[in-house]
Design a protein around this ligand. Sequence first.
Ligand SMILES: [Zn+2]
Ligand SMILES: [Zn+2]
Length: 149
Amino acid sequence: MMEPHYFAFSTEWRDGQRLCRACGNTYDGGGHIESNVLKPYTKYVCSAAQPDTMGHSAVWSGSRTTPELRSEKDAFCVCGAPYVEQDKETWRLSWEMIGPFDSAWHPVEKVASRHETHGQHAGLLELIEQGEQIRNVRLVQLQISEVTQ
Ligand SMILES: [Zn+2]
Ligand SMILES: [Zn+2]
């Protein structure tokens, strides 16, 4: 038997079980190290940037019931930076900007996680520095209390 190793994805199957490219065994039959780089049911976002910006990704880990499909690469965004767990904080980012259909100031508001709003906040300040028509940028943490009865 081979040294313990991570299951290597392949398109080979035996009796309905996917086989490891490195050792030719099924997941259960081959001394595979379980990859647990992501916790189940958790949203992960890129640590380097906004998940909705070009060239970056975010992932919902889901139930992760198929160990053969997990890999150490799961912990990284497509840009190569490690994922971070999305925080559960809620922040409101608001600002005013000109346009896009007229030359009046329009209020814009976004409620999202700390990671997302802080990243966008930094982006807005950068745009202001570059001379974009943006003003009154405000970032406030919201206290959301759950009502149960
Ligand atoms: Zn193997
Ligand atoms: Zn990224």
